[in-house]
Design a protein around this ligand. Structure first.
Ligand code: ADE
Ligand code: ZN
Length: 337
């Protein structure tokens, strides 16, 4: 391990953009397929990994939704999330806000309660085992209808005290934020925080819509906002956090080469960018891998990496006094390293 690798691994950080279904490693996929008698179209772990070559978001989503079919019982969701928390803790993650896609499961007959009970028990486990705090973000699949999103929000009603925010993911182009403006208004009225994927593959207009029509607290990805200087100025002025995912951007061809990744350009333009793993089992790295890869590709200094980690706390849904404590822990870490 180089000095920078160990600096990154021990740097206190939050992860704000992680799809728990995207942390399903091939080994666990096989184990759960066997446990549940579900057939998958792969003969070996190597076979699965070989299938992970994507030319765009949809290529990935097709494989990601198929992989999720092995998740059936509450124990499956618990084991999936616990494996993520163990991995994240090793990467210096002390707070994680994890997304889940209930419709991927309810649409194939798995009860909403089964999914959320498994995730919540793993979150409790992460707190006792690792001292990690966690929050849950319930995502609507944007390729499905507004009506289906409303039905999902209704299913979540008994669990609202355990859900921090709603999010919007899946196939972006052709499914603009405007499609979900009324669902987001309903979620906001219930006191939920709001995030949405925007500007990953979709145009800057989708980022405008996420701000103006959904009233989001955070933008997931946001890369294509850089094409619109007025939007960049607005995002900077409003202190909007962007949950950027470098290895995801590379694997889904949002950038051609990590050497051209805009993360430091975002920071230089006053944007509150953070580093996240998105779907680590599919994109070849957890959060520290993302920090390491982007640091190497863009020659980022320890100071810049610390700024990215600070942004992960200021952009979180933690209470202000907890954020202040975590920022102080970054200062203490820098002073001692
Ligand atoms: N679901 C899981 N990962 C996603 C991503 N990067 N973009 C949109 N939807 C997703
Ligand atoms: Zn994502």
């Amino acid at each position: 391990m180089t000095d920078l690798d160990s600096f990154i691994a021990r740097l206190p950080k939050a992860e704000l953009h992680l799809h728990i279904e995207g942390s399903l490693e091939p080994e666990l996929m096989f184990a759960l397929a066997k446990r549940n008698g579900v057939s998958i179209p792969y003969t070996s772990v190597e076979d699965v990994r070989a299938a992970y070559a994507f030319s765009n978001l949809q290529d990935f989503l097709d494989i990601y939704y198929a992989g999720a079919s092995v998740l059936v019982t509450e124990a499956d969701f618990h084991d999936l999330a616990m494996a993520y928390f163990d991995r994240a803790a090793a990467d210096g993650v002390i707070h994680a806000e994890i997304m889940f896609d209930p419709q991927t499961h309810t649409d194939r007959g798995v009860a909403f309660d089964t999914v959320i009970r498994g995730l919540l028990s793993a979150m409790a486990g992460a707190e006792t085992k690792h001292g990690m705090t966690c929050a849950l973000i319930m995502c609507f699949l944007r390729h499905l209808s507004e009506q289906a999103a409303f039905e999902t929000l209704a299913m979540a009603e008994p669990w609202l005290g355990t859900i921090a925010a709603v999010g919007l993911d899946s196939s972006e182009v052709g499914h603009p934020p405007s499609k979900f403006a009324r669902v987001y208004a309903a979620a906001r009225a219930k006191g939920l925080k709001l995030v949405a994927h925007a500007g990953e593959e979709g145009p800057p207009e989708y980022v405008h819509e996420a701000l103006d029509l959904l009233h989001v607290d955070r933008i997931d990805h946001g890369n294509r906002a850089l094409e619109d200087p007025v939007l960049v100025e607005r995002l900077a002025r409003e202190g909007m956090t962007l949950t950027v995912c470098p290895l995801s951007n590379l694997k889904l061809c949002v950038v051609g080469d990590l050497a051209d990744h805009p993360i430091d350009r975002m920071l230089a333009q006053g944007l509150k960018a953070t580093v996240n793993s998105d779907d680590p089992a599919y994109f070849g790295g957890y959060v520290a891998d993302n920090y390491r890869a982007i640091a190497a590709a863009r020659g980022l200094s320890q100071d810049v990496l610390a700024t990215l980690a600070r942004n992960s706390f200021t952009g979180s849904f933690l209470p202000p006094e907890t954020i202040a404590r975590h920022l102080a822990s970054i200062d203490a870490y820098l002073a001692g390293s």
